[in-house]
Design a protein around this ligand. Structure first.
Ligand code: UDP
Length: 421
């Protein structure tokens, strides 16, 4: 007999009232009104990883609140070998318009066989099933999902590699609808309704707690000591997977350019924090970055840190500014996290970053290929106290109004009202 695909249910629900101080009474009331007729209805999420990356982060956050609103929310995670994740990483790159070799054997053997293995003994049943990204997409045609299926695309498929996109399209068009982060990300050939949901962060999570600087430094101090980072000198931070689209090389180059332009006392430091866990290309990327940094004593790489969430939140808190120069970015949840911690962000004018970084107000928008422009923005953040302090509050407020988890759950509830009546 079949059993549900690996299932994770949050231990305790979160009451919507816990979000009152962040989103105000009207929004909490709206959530409750939307959820009332959906009491006991099922909402399943399917993706390919429990940790690492923005998608897992968001699913982890939405489930407890949905449960607190009476929704029977679930999370299913498919299992894949390293080979499977290498192939789906290629899908990811190809869909975001990058050239990449991929063989038929990889598609049929590593991808489709893994999907078959995951579905042979398992099933998913729920009123609304949200399938996240390409990794589990082919599952929707294996006859193991019972419920209304929506495909949630977290990446930018504006100009995808058409061979891979056409391979995936039948699976996507098999769904009742698709959800994209931005309307302009929708790839060609969709024959189903398309919805927009902008991501959001959970202000109750360990990562997004608003700490005092002293508390944040307390969390960071073992790492700062280990890496010889001086908290009394300005810190510019970059937090992301070591991935070519994250474009950390441009940040290293810009940082060095900035220093060659002006001498600053105290001298700024560049801190990269990133994980390599769910990404087959990460180790290679990290090695390239280290080589580029040439042992520069002011450029630091913190990799796969312990107590990740507290450390990320604390680093964003103490950073003078955050640099996110991704060349392709669905949304860039880390930008939201940084703005929430009142760190102005130097962000690339790509994808969802453009809705978050309001140039001159919550940070600086730059062309990620233009290291000169990134360097200039770094100088402004470090040199001008007024620029920086004015931006901190605007950054936080922008997230509070637009990019918190209750907004995301509200959108899903609206879809449930339609699809899971
Ligand atoms: N992240 C983390 N530790 C790391 C690197 C990244 O917790 O060492 C988190 C980061 O805080 C954010 C997520 O991973 O929540 C990255 O999401 P984003 O949307 O920025 O990029 P993605 O990795 O999904 O492309």
């Amino acid at each position: 007999r079949k059993s549900p695909l690996n299932e994770y249910i949050p231990t305790s629900p979160t009451s919507p009232e816990e979000y009152l101080e962040f989103v105000g009474p009207d929004r909490v009331e709206r959530l409750k009104q939307l959820a009332a007729p959906l009491e006991g209805k099922g909402w399943a999420n399917v993706n390919s990883t429990l940790v690492g990356g923005g998608v897992a982060e968001m699913i982890k956050g939405t489930l407890p609140l949905a449960r607190g609103l009476g929704i029977d929310a679930h999370w299913h995670v498919l299992e894949g070998s390293d080979e499977f994740f290498s192939v789906t990483k290629k899908f990811h790159n190809l869909l975001q318009g990058m050239e990449q070799e991929i063989s038929l054997d990889e598609i049929f053997h590593a991808y489709l066989d893994t999907i078959d293995q995951n579905t042979r003994e398992t099933f998913i049943t729920s009123d609304l099933v949200v399938v996240h990204d390409p990794q589990p997409a082919a599952m929707v045609m294996n006859g193991v999902i019972y419920g209304n299926v929506l495909w949630r695309c977290h990446i930018d498929t504006t100009s995808p590699d058409m061979t891979i996109w056409r391979f995936l399209l039948p699976y996507i068009n098999h769904c009742a609808g698709a959800i994209f982060t931005m309307p302009e990300f929708v790839g060609p050939g969709l024959q189903i309704p398309v919805y927009q949901i902008m991501p959001g962060i959970d202000p109750l999570s360990e990562k997004n707690l608003l700490r005092t600087r002293a508390d944040a430094l307390g969390i960071l101090s073992p790492l700062l000591n280990e890496h010889n980072i001086d908290p009394d000198r300005p810190i510019l931070a970059t937090v992301s997977r070591y991935d070519r689209h994250k474009n950390q090389t441009a940040v290293v180059k810009a940082f060095r350019k900035m220093r060659s332009k002006i001498s600053m006392d105290p001298a700024p430091q560049m801190v990269f924090l990133g994980n390599t866990s769910d990404d087959p290309e990460a180790e290679q990327m990290l090695a390239q970055l280290r080589e580029l940094a040439e042992g520069d004593p002011d450029i630091h790489f913190l990799v796969n840190v312990d107590d990740n969430d507290a450390v990320v939140g604390a680093l964003l808190n103490v950073a003078r500014g955050v640099v996110h120069a991704a060349t392709r970015e669905g949304f860039g949840l880390v930008v939201t996290e940084a703005l929430w911690q009142r760190a102005p962000v130097i962000g690339s004018n790509r994808g969802g970053i453009r809705t978050q970084v309001i140039d001159g107000k919550t940070g600086f928008l730059v062309d990620p290929d233009d290291t000169e422009a990134i360097a200039k923005a770094m100088v402004r953040l470090i040199e001008d106290d007024n620029v920086c302090s004015g931006m901190c509050e605007a950054a936080h407020e922008h997230v509070r109004r637009n990019f918190l988890l209750p907004h995301v759950v509200e959108k899903y509830l609206e879809l449930m009202r339609y699809y899971a009546r």
